[in-house]
Design a protein. Structure first.
Length: 314
């Protein structure tokens, strides 16, 4: 599917000053944009093209749990910037990012359909997953959407689950795979590489002393951090994409006090403190280990870098 030309992004419903005419709308959080999300959104895009309507993704600026159950917020699988880029690649024409606040949370299912889907978006087709819930106390569901079709003049499309290795693609499953270190399974279910994003921060600079200066990543959002270990990665900073090796963990050999995400960019030695950086995970190399000496650690790091280069060069 071709990327959308000049995709419009609306931050907050109030930014839409002129209601849409008619649209095919995919609704959901869509964190990570995994293969199930992609299939649902492609269906909405194709429906819009077939009927001469704009294709719209309606989503939220945060996970609803941040307001409803702050102690149960799952780690994110993407940043807003990543999500927008993935949606654009799917050919979506409009992305509406609603602010999930107390006012929005208080909308009844009927009010959501009347004021948002019908009044603002002009929805003639609504695409959701089978477990979709909406409205105050999540009291609206797929059956409610179906029952309301005649009142609001839309057709609801409930997209079937997409199976990967016999398992339903879901954000919950992907989080579990990442946290357990099964990067291959997580990547297959995502349908694209997993990426952490943040700002390069000052650390203890131990890597530089060992001959491997690393970029210490301070995450820009509470993303899921893959299991401790060493990974072959692509690092993108200042618009340049470079091969790298990433270490996640406590750095037991040097008595690390906190968990870090540190990336050594191959053939690169510029000052990038304070710069935004993406770390794209390609393969898991090994578990994090404690070495008896720094010499043994350096020897292993040299091997890890050679292995990462070999994998990334294909």
């Amino acid at each position: 599917m071709n990327p959308a030309e000049n995709m419009r992004v609306w931050n907050g419903l109030e930014s839409i000053t002129q209601p849409f005419d008619v649209a095919s709308v995919a609704v959901g959080m869509f964190d990570g944009l995994h293969v199930g999300h992609q299939a649902l959104i492609r269906a909405a895009v194709e429906d819009g093209r077939a009927h001469g309507r704009r294709s719209v993704v309606f989503t939220f600026d945060r996970h609803p749990a941040e307001l409803i159950s702050p102690d149960k917020v799952p780690g994110y699988l993407s940043t807003p910037r990543q999500r927008i880029a993935l949606l654009e690649a799917l050919g979506v024409e409009d992305v509406v990012v609603a602010r999930f606040d107390e006012r929005f949370r208080a909308l009844s299912p009927e009010a959501f359909l009347h004021f948002v889907m019908y009044g603002v978006l002009g929805a003639k087709a609504i695409f959701v997953g089978g477990d979709f819930h909406f409205g105050r106390n999540q009291s609206g569901d797929v059956e409610y959407l179906r029952e309301a079709q005649a009142r609001f003049g839309y057709t609801v499309h409930v997209h079937p689950p997409v199976l990967v290795r016999g398992e339903r693609a879901s954000s919950t499953a992907i989080r579990a795979y990442l946290r357990s270190g099964d990067l291959a399974a997580a990547t297959e279910m995502l349908g694209h590489p997993y990426v952490l994003s943040g700002v390069v921060a000052h650390g203890e600079k131990l890597g530089r002393k060992l001959g491997f200066p690393t970029a210490n990543l301070r995450l820009s959002r509470a993303q899921v951090v893959p299991a401790d270990g060493i990974y072959a990665v692509w690092g993108t900073v200042r618009g340049e994409r470079r091969m790298g090796a990433c270490s996640i963990g406590m750095r037991p050999t040097v008595g690390g006090a906190e968990r870090t995400v540190e990336t050594y960019l191959l053939d690169f030695d510029a000052d990038i403190y304070g710069e935004e950086m993406d770390v794209e995970f390609a393969a898991r190399l090994r578990d994090e280990l404690k070495f008896e000496t720094l010499e043994a650690l350096v020897e292993q790091m040299e091997f890890d870098v050679r292995k990462a280069r070999e994998i990334l060069q294909g």
